[in-house]
Unconditional design. Structure first.
Length: 345
């Protein structure tokens, strides 16, 4: 069995490639969301799904399995069970995590010494962002340098554990889906290039605020840096999202309300005795990839609880939204080889 974690894509560094290398990404692996698959011997190849969401991924899973057989030369029949999949087209990296979970299970089954980056190339994943690939292996807060000019996988530049006390408020909108596939490619092609000074600002924020903040457990610069990156990119990608920084209006309203409340300290003030201090640092806010999932990172469980309670009391959590408080996940996928007996010949 392989359990693959979700990731939040916090933004591109230089989508226009102003210095010759496009994209580069900042991302965070989170707990609480996992895809799970299981591979076993079979008389003939079959793919089983445990529910409606998993059934929708059967065709894609079959395609991945076919590619793995073609690249490796191992074509014996297998049974692949999709036990649980991440929400599709929601900003969790579901396609890459499904692909890598299947690939890692396949490689483990056949005792193939093949790295995750190579498996991703076999399956056509990680062509823009390397966050999903690195997150599958390592977890944590990640920065990659974008794919190489020849299409090689993005190099991992930094991996920092997210401080254990920090919490990630994840907001999903079940009524919307983010762009993917051809629609995503068309949207990217239609955008004007991100000006070089803005790409420089993003890189400056990541290098001098986001990464040092996480490494030193200094929440204020981390939050300011992530929020600034998201502001720049939200304005840049707005034309592909109906003129807004968030793909879901309901998510956008809630996340912006949380940002304002956490800056004022209103929510934490309701629980001052419990939390011990006010939310003076604000929140790191934004949207993962094309959304519709939004996020707000806060410095403690108490402040995250207070913000959610205050948002519900203020009636800004729309009926279509699901709100969860999770932590960063500082480990990658888990792989369990459950074979108790030799495979049949």
């Amino acid at each position: 069995m392989v359990r693959a974690p979700a990731r939040l894509h916090l933004g591109f560094l230089d989508p226009a490639g102003s210095l010759g290398r496009r994209f580069g990404s900042l991302g965070l692996v989170v707990s609480g969301y996992e895809g799970q698959i299981e591979l076993s011997a079979a008389a003939h190849t079959q793919i089983l799904a445990s529910g409606a969401a998993e059934l929708a991924e059967v065709e894609r899973a079959a395609h991945y399995l076919h590619l793995l057989q073609r690249h490796s030369g191992h074509r014996e029949p297998l049974q692949l069970r999709l036990l649980k999949v991440l929400p599709a087209h929601a900003g969790f990296g579901s396609g890459t995590q499904l692909a890598l979970a299947i690939a890692r299970a396949f490689a483990q089954w056949h005792r193939l010494d093949v790295g995750t980056a190579t498996l991703a190339q076999w399956l056509g994943r990680g062509q823009r962002s390397g966050i999903g690939v690195a997150g599958f292996d390592h977890g944590g807060l990640l920065v990659d340098g974008g794919p190489s000019a020849d299409g090689g996988p993005a190099s991992l530049l930094s991996r920092i554990p997210l401080p254990a006390a920090w919490r990630v408020l994840v907001v999903q909108d079940n009524a919307h889906q983010g762009l993917s596939g051809d629609s995503e490619r068309q949207a990217l092609a239609a955008l004007a290039p991100l000006p070089r000074p803005l790409a420089a600002d993003i890189c400056h924020q990541v290098l001098m605020r986001v990464l040092p903040g996480a490494a030193g457990a200094e929440f204020a610069p981390f939050a300011a840096g992530v929020s600034r990156v998201q502001q720049v990119l939200g304005e840049h990608f707005a034309s592909a999202q109906g003129g807004a920084a968030f793909g879901s209006p309901a998510v956008g309203r809630l996340i912006e309300w949380i940002a304002a409340a956490s800056r004022r300290g209103d929510a934490a003030g309701q629980r001052q005795d419990m939390a011990g201090d006010r939310a003076e640092h604000g929140a790191a806010i934004g949207q993962s990839s094309w959304g519709p999932t939004g996020f707000a990172i806060l410095p403690s469980q108490a402040q995250a609880d207070a913000v959610v309670d205050a948002a519900r009391a203020a009636n800004v959590v729309a009926a279509s939204l699901t709100v969860r408080i999770v932590s960063g996940r500082n480990i990658g996928a888990s792989v369990i080889d459950g074979r108790a007996a030799p495979r049949p010949r």
